[in-house]
Design a protein around this ligand. Structure first.
Ligand SMILES: [Ca+2]
Ligand SMILES: [Ca+2]
Length: 277
């Protein structure tokens, strides 16, 4: 049967979509212009240009996400329109790309640390960019970002505060956005910042309370209670969890370890002089 009454697909507008089309690892999102007279569309795809080995009827839509694609592989996709008479004889223009990148794990960072962050996942291309949210960019710095393989990115990470008097990174999970050179990106709340327990020893001006959590530390925090970032008396060293407030939450870190002494990496009773145990 000859196919009549159906136009070729418009060649403009068919493009690998980034944000516009929801997709996930192993999938590629694409969008296209409608063809006059079409009642539906079929997406053709394969791993060689113009040699499609699979297809999917996506119905009468102009956007689709093709899933189940092998990762770290260039896929080529084109679309045909169809109606009750049959399928259009020609393919649309072709688009190609890797499936969407995905983050599966990120090395956590402790406040005050500088380390090589390892980001594991898939579909990381050479030239990939990694960013934190603008709100985090003052306290979390990433540099020397590089994809060491399709499944691993490494970056030099600095989590503040690396010195006293610097605003600490907020404890908890932070969003990382990774974007491939083809602009397809992924964002995940994947970077965990952990609290630096050594910072609990806030009253470091008084030698009698050094390396020990006692009433002089709680008094120091209490003096700053309710101050928030932006207040002239706000002291970032007292904002233990880095949330911008000095409050009961910060005090609770000291309270939970009250009476303990610093071992070099933890607060323990055994680290205290025998007369204080
Ligand atoms: Ca102390
Ligand atoms: Ca706080």
């Amino acid at each position: 049967m000859r196919i009549r009454g159906i136009c070729r697909l418009a060649v403009i507008g068919l493009a690998i979509a980034g944000a516009a089309v929801p997709s996930w690892a192993g999938s590629i999102g694409l969008t296209w212009d409608p063809a006059a007279g079409a009642s539906g569309y079929r997406v053709y795809y394969g791993t060689a240009s113009r040699q499609y080995t699979a297809s999917l009827d996506v119905g009468n839509v102009t956007t689709a996400a093709i899933s189940g694609l092998g990762n770290c592989t260039t896929w080529y996709l084109a679309v045909k329109a169809y109606n009750s008479v049959g399928e259009s004889p020609d393919y649309s223009n072709e688009v190609s790309g890797w499936p969407r990148p995905e983050i599966t794990s990120v090395t956590p960072g402790m406040q005050g640390s500088q380390y090589t962050m390892q980001i594991l996942g898939t579909n990381f291309q050479t030239g990939v960019a990694v960013d934190v949210d603008a709100a985090d960019s003052d306290t979390i710095t990433l540099s020397e970002v590089r994809a060491v393989s399709c499944g691993e990115i490494q970056a030099a990470a600095t989590i503040d505060p690396t010195t006293e008097g610097v605003q600490p990174a907020a404890v908890g999970f932070h969003r990382l956005t990774i974007e491939n050179p083809d602009t397809v990106y992924a964002e995940t709340l994947a970077l965990e910042v952990r609290i630096d327990p050594e910072r609990f020893d806030v009253n470091d001006g008084d030698e009698t309370t050094l390396d020990r959590l006692d009433g002089k530390d709680t008094a120091w925090i209490s003096k700053l209670h309710s101050l928030r970032i932006g207040d002239s008396a706000y002291d970032p060293d007292g904002d233990l969890n880095g949330d911008g407030w000095i409050d009961g939450e910060d005090l609770s870190y000291i309270a939970a370890n009250f009476g303990l002494c610093w071992s070099g990496n933890a607060w323990t009773l055994e680290s205290c002089p025998s007369d204080l145990q």
